[in-house]
Design a binder for this molecule. Structure first.
Ligand SMILES: Nc1ncnc2c1ncn2[C@@H]1O[C@H](COP(=O)(O)OP(=O)(O)OP(=O)(O)O)[C@@H](O)[C@H]1O
Ligand SMILES: [Mg+2]
Length: 407
């Protein structure tokens, strides 16, 4: 199993692409996107509607089969796209056929090279398929070890036989759950639309406990305790447990959505525009709640939003997306101080200012890829302009940005 572990990195998205459709109708919703989310941080992913933010989130949690690239979670590869390998093999086979039919003197040598590359690619496909299948087994084995060690230490400490028996029962329950757990349940998503994402026929209790029941938990008392604990955590009351989603306000529904995710004790939450559908007055409450969860439960958050003003105060680092590409990524402060990519500048210019005088003079910059970049055949790449500050640019732009940052 390929292991890509750096201690402080929880999620590593590595050259991830997700294309919908084929041929002329192909839509490159996510195109060669790479970023890392470190443990305990809030990473903001920002970009206009349709730029591929939700698709990135959904590909990470394996709702789509990635076209190419990988996603590593806690050091294990959970997503391994093989579409690009298959395409390359197809191309190589075509080249081989052409070589066989032609009369190139070096044909035999080149065919051997193609065969070598095909074998390499097939090996990559095999590894990807293996990781895809086995990351859960490795995760379960780790969980089993962790739970056993944790409880055995607790049992050894206690002198009360009753307490020890209770701990043993708890341990066997945890082990039973761990045996069916999937690694991807450690990543939970909070959705944009709190109305559409909650089943109207289910009570709040059923909604919150559903994930646990799927994991095989049947203990009614335990489920009830968990539901009540989550309602407390998100600022709702126990009486709400037996009501239906339509009986709640938008903000309360989003809290139910958060409770449903948090009950799974995830390490990472992907919050996909969790406040866009909410009234301005309650947006701050939901942001505060997410902040609290991050502090009390040590959660890491990938926060998706379409405008920078929302993520400004909440994110440690920000990635800006434009039409499927990540165009700039750096610390939150640095992004606001030294925005380099013209698209980031245009997003910044769209933020209304609180002071009426300066707001009157605010000039909205529009981004036009044809005018804002010099015409060239060179494919731009994500380059590190200064430590930790990445911009998608050509080599010439790269030099210019470097100068700009030095000034
Ligand atoms: N299942 C699908 N099949 C085909 N195309 C899709 C599919 N899902 C998304 N797309 C396309 O991929 C692109 C990116 O969509 P996505 O939903 O990821 O954008 P987004 O950044 O989340 O936008 P928004 O801010 O509106 O939520 C869009 O052009 C969309 O039309
Ligand atoms: Mg979206």
């Amino acid at each position: 199993m390929s292991d890509e572990k750096r201690d402080d990195v929880l999620l590593k998205v590595d050259h991830l692409s997700m294309y919908f459709g084929r041929g002329a109708f192909q839509k490159k919703a996510v195109n060669d996107v790479s970023f890392e989310v470190r443990k305990g941080e809030v990473f903001g992913l920002v970009g206009e509607s349709g730029c591929g933010k939700t698709t990135t989130g959904r590909t990470i949690i394996k709702l789509y089969d990635a076209t190419s690239g990988s996603v590593y979670f806690d050091g294990k590869r959970i997503v391994a796209g093989i579409g690009s390998y298959k395409d390359e093999i197809k191309e190589l086979r075509k080249k081989k056929r052409e070589l066989k039919n032609g009369n190139d003197g070096k044909a035999a040598e080149m065919i051997a090279e193609c065969d070598k590359r095909i074998a390499e690619l097939n090996e990559e496909i095999r590894k990807a398929k293996y990781d895809h299948k086995h990351c859960d087994d490795v995760f379960r084995a780790e969980e089993k070890k962790r739970i056993t060690e944790e409880y055995e230490a607790k049992i050894a400490e206690t002198e009360d036989p009753k307490k020890a028996a209770e701990l043993k029962r708890e341990m066997s329950r945890e082990l039973r759950i761990a045996a069916h757990k999937k690694l991807v349940t450690q990543i939970q998503m909070i959705y944009q639309d709190p109305v559409a994402s909650l089943d109207p026929r289910m009570t709040v209790r059923e909604i919150i406990s559903e994930g646990l029941i799927i994991q095989g938990i049947r203990d009614k008392k335990y489920l009830q305790d968990q539901v009540y604990e989550m309602l407390d955590t998100v600022g709702l009351v126990h009486e709400h447990a037996d009501r239906y989603p339509h009986e709640f306000s938008g903000g309360q529904r989003q809290r139910i959505g958060i409770a449903r995710s948090v009950v799974m004790k995830p390490k990472l939450i992907i919050a996909d525009e969790p406040i866009s559908a909410l009234d301005v007055s309650i947006r701050a409450q939901v942001i505060n709640l997410l902040n609290e969860l991050r502090e009390t439960m040590g959660m890491t958050i990938l926060f998706i939003a379409h405008d920078l003003s929302v993520v400004k105060y909440f994110s440690d680092r920000i990635g800006v997306m434009y039409f499927g590409n990540l165009v700039e990524m750096t610390d939150s402060d640095e992004l606001f101080r030294h925005p380099l990519h013209p698209y980031t500048r245009s997003l910044l210019s769209a933020i209304p200012l609180p002071d009426p005088d300066t707001e009157k003079n605010r000039v909205r910059i529009r981004y036009n890829p044809l005018l804002d970049h010099e015409k060239t055949d060179e494919e731009p790449e994500l380059r590190e302009v200064c430590p930790g500050h990445f911009v998608r640019c050509t080599l010439k732009e790269f030099e210019a940005y470097k100068k700009q940052v030095m000034e």
